[in-house]
Design a protein around this ligand. Sequence first.
Ligand code: MLC
Ligand code: AMP
Length: 509
Amino acid sequence: MPNPLFDTLFAPHMGRDTPFLHLADGSTLSYATFLARAAQFAHVLAAEGVVAGDRVAAQIAKSPDALALFAATVQAGAVFLPLNTAYTVGELGYFVENSRAKVLVCDPANAPALAPVAGAVGAALLTLDDTGGGSLAAAAIGAAPSFDTAGRNAGDLAALLYTSGTTGRSKGAMLTQSNLISNAQVLAKAWRFTADDVLLHALPIFHTHGLFVATNITLVAGGSMFFLPKFDPDAVLAALPRATAMMGVPTFYTRLLGEPRFTREAAEHMRLFVSGSAPLLEETHRQFEARTGHRILERYGMTETNMNTSNPYEGARRAGTVGPPLPGVEVKITDPETGAALPRGEVGQIEVRGPNVFAGYWEMPEKTAAELRESGFFLTGDLGRFDGEGYLQIVGRSKDLIISGGYNIYPKEIELVLDTQPGVLESAVIGVPHPDFGETVVAVIVAKAGAAPEEQALLSACSGALARFKQPRKILFTDALPRNTMGKVQKNALRAEHGGLFAPDQATK
Ligand code: MLC
Ligand code: AMP
C-alpha cells in the first residue's frame, strides 16, 4: 500500500548494499542493514498494537537504532514523537499524556522513573540504548527483516514535535507526510545533494534540523552520513577530511573557529557548510570565510514550517540574511497590528505559506486559529524585512523566546517555576548575548517584602523542574521590574541593562 513518506525516503534504498551511516568507531552501516533493522522494529511496534496514526514517543540517545526507530514508525504508519534527551520526567509526562502516546521508548536507565508516566496513559514502555541494548532491541531479535508497509496518505500525520509557547504550555506541531517530503525534496535540490555526498551529522535527532533537514535530505539524495553522537570538535575534525557537507547551529561554527586545528586544509574536502536554527553573526560568517575560504550558507526555518528561506547554493550568500524564499514557499512581511502586507524594505512580522507549513497544533484549535490564518499563512513570531535583492533579514522576534545553542526556551516556563518559590514576588526571564550559546538565560527576581530568597535555592528549584539547557545561568535581584504604562514588564529595558553579563572578557559558561 502507498505510504508516500516511506516510499520517498526509505523504499528506494531497500536492499542497497551501499553505506548509509559511518560511525565513530570506524564501522559503516549499509542501507540494507539499516532498513532490515527498521523493519524488525516495525514488527515490535505492531506487536505492541501500534496501528496507523498512533503516536510513538521516544526519548533516546542518538544512535543508528534511534534513527531506525524513526524509519520503523513511518513504515508502521504511526506518528513519530521525538523528545529532547535533556527533558526531566515532569516535562516528559506532559508530552506523553497530551499526545496519548501508544508507545514510549526510553533509555533503560530511565525506565523506572518513566514507568508511571507511560502507565498513566496506558502506553507500552520499551527501552533502547545507544549500544544496541534494551527491550525494544531484544524483542526485535529474530523478527523478520521486512515489513508490510502500512498505507498512508500524503496528508496524514508523520510527526508530532512539541514546541513551547508564550503561555508556558507546549504545543504539538502536527507535521504531515507531505510537509516532510516537499521540504526534503526542495532542499536536496537547492543544496545540490547527491548520492556522493557524505554529510557530517553532529546535531541531535529530536529536532527538525537534525531529523528532517539533515537526515531526510541525505535519504532523498541516497548519500551517507558521518553519524556522530553529538557535537564534539575532535570527532568533527576527524570526520571532515572524508565529509562533503555539514549542517549546524551557529555554536558549532563558533566552536570550530575556536580550534586552531580548524584550517583551510582541514575543510578542503567540504563543499558546503549550512547554518540555521539561530542567528549566525556576520562576524562569524566573515571569520569562517577568512579561515576556510567557505561562505556558510544560512537558511531559516521553524518546527512548524520546516525550512522557509535559504541563501543560494550558487550566487551570493549574504551574511546577516537568510536568503530568498525556497521554491514553492511564500513569505510575506505584514503589519503586526493589521496583518496588511508591508512595502518591500519595511520591517514587520514574517508570515509563511506553502507545502512545508504544518497542519496545526495537536488538539489546540484555538492556538492553531491564532497562528495559522485561514488563507494558509502561518504567523512565525519572527520580525524581518526583505532587502532590495529579495533576501530576507531576520531582525528580531515578536514572541518572547530565547534561543540558546539552537534550543528554544520560552521565558514563561521558567517564570512559572520561579514565581512559586518561597520569598519570590515575581520574576522576569530574559535572554542575554552569550559568546558560546548566542543567547543565554538570566532571571531577574523581585523578592516579597522582608524575604531574601537565595540564588542557589532558586537554581535548585529550576534544576528539579526544567531541562538543564532552560535553567538560568544567572539570577539577579531587583526592587522592582521596569514596566510600561500598561503594566507590562519591559524586557527590552532588562536586556539593555544586563546585556553585558556574559561579554567575552567576563564570560563564564
Ligand atoms: C547543552 N547545554 C546547554 C545547551 N546544550 N545549555 C544551554 N543551551 C544549550 N543549547 C548544557 C549542558 O547540559 C551542560 O550543562 C552545559 O550546558 C554545557 O554543555 P556543553 O558540553 O557545552 O554542551 P554540548 O553538549 O556541547 O551542547 C551544546 C550544543 C548542543 C550547542 C552542541 O546544545 C546542540 O547540539 N544544539 C543543537 C540544537 C538543535 O539541534 N537545534 C535545532 C532545533 S530545530 P552543565 O550542567 O554541564 O553546565 C529548529 C528549526 C530550524 O530550530 O530552523 O532548524
Ligand atoms: P524552533 O521552534 O526550534 O523550530 O525554532 C524556530 C525559530 O528559530 C524561528 O522562529 C527563528 O526565530 C529561529 N531561527 C531559525 N533559523 C534562524 C536563522 N537562520 N536566523 C535567525 N533565527 C532563526
